[in-house]
Design a protein around this ligand. Structure first.
Ligand code: ZN
Length: 304
């Protein structure tokens, strides 16, 4: 779903779980919820969603133990409900890397029981507020800002390994810069091209590529409010595809329903190129950089 409102309903339910775990911690003793390094002496890092896991592992290397709460790509992050065991993992971490922007509020909430755990909020590091489009791992600026902030916290958590982490970060930055070069090259073709999306997951990637969002506003508003678009809005969308004013359709395969399926079939009939992507990182992808690079190439290939 493109909105955060649907997700907020879940956040309320999660609050109850967090409360229950907090009580558990009180019962068994105060020490259980404080941050501590992993058993092997590495920095204990927890990431909320799998989109950020490779960044955390790349920079942490062998001196950080990185656990992702949402490891399974078949789970839709907006609808995720953490188990009490997930909350415990978060509360024991030294560094918690969250996506932010309302996407994974449950993770930030869980750190309230762990005053020693440091939170790196990817959206906040890039100045993206709650309520903005939450799919921030697709933003080059957010990736860079989050990685830098995460490096700083690793170095604070393990000062003796400061230069090790700096070296790992430099290697990561080299990959990210290569990706941004690929984006810049694609942009010579994609700049100003009108696209529409069944769901706003690729918002930041489209922005980085200079694409123009031509998704009809009625459709956007309906999906943002977690409601079914009116027949008139769907018809407007179809007409724009049929007339050729939309040059590309971006489809989130992880969030399909009867309306988006109808839009996809209209695009196919009208020979509008379709770019497929998912919300979570596909397991076949090595890391966030290779994933985003392959998406950039798909978008580039879709522009005639
Ligand atoms: Zn989403």
């Amino acid at each position: 779903m493109r909105n955060t409102s649907g997700f907020h309903k879940i956040a309320a339910r999660v609050a109850a779980v967090v409360g229950a775990v907090a009580m558990m911690a009180v019962t068994v003793g105060c020490g259980t919820s404080s941050a501590r390094s992993a058993a092997d002496g590495t920095v204990n890092v927890v990431v909320s969603i799998n989109q950020w896991k490779s960044v955390a592992s790349d920079i942490g290397g062998s001196k950080a133990t990185v656990t992702s709460i949402l490891a399974n790509q078949n789970v839709e992050a907006h609808d995720f409900e953490p188990q009490p065991s997930d909350i415990v993992k978060i509360s024991k971490a030294q560094i918690v890397l969250v996506n932010g922007a309302g996407y994974d509020s449950w993770a930030t909430k869980a750190t309230q029981n762990a005053p020693d755990a440091v939170v790196v909020n990817a959206a906040t590091t890039a100045g993206i507020a709650s309520g903005a489009n939450p799919h921030v791992w697709f933003s080059a600026a957010a990736r860079k800002a989050a990685a830098k902030a995460y490096l700083t916290q690793l170095q604070k958590a393990a000062p003796d390994d400061s230069s090790y982490f700096a070296g790992r970060y430099e290697a990561w930055l080299k990959k990210e810069n290569a990706l941004e070069k690929t984006i810049a090259e694609a942009k010579s073709k994609t700049q100003g091209i009108s696209y529409a999306a069944t769901e706003s997951v690729a918002h930041y990637l489209a922005e980085d590529l200079g694409l123009k969002d031509a998704t009809p506003s009625g459709y956007v508003q309906a999906t943002e409010n977690d409601s079914e678009p009116a027949p008139g809005d769907i018809r407007t969308f179809q007409k724009k595809l049929e007339s050729g004013s939309i040059k590309m359709l971006i489809v989130n395969d992880q969030e399909m329903n009867s309306t988006s399926s109808l839009i996809v079939s209209t695009a196919k009939k009208s020979k509008v190129p379709i770019v497929h992507l998912t919300e979570s990182m596909p397991s076949k992808e090595k890391d966030l950089t290779t994933w985003v690079t392959s998406l950039v190439k798909s978008v580039d290939a879709a522009v005639k």
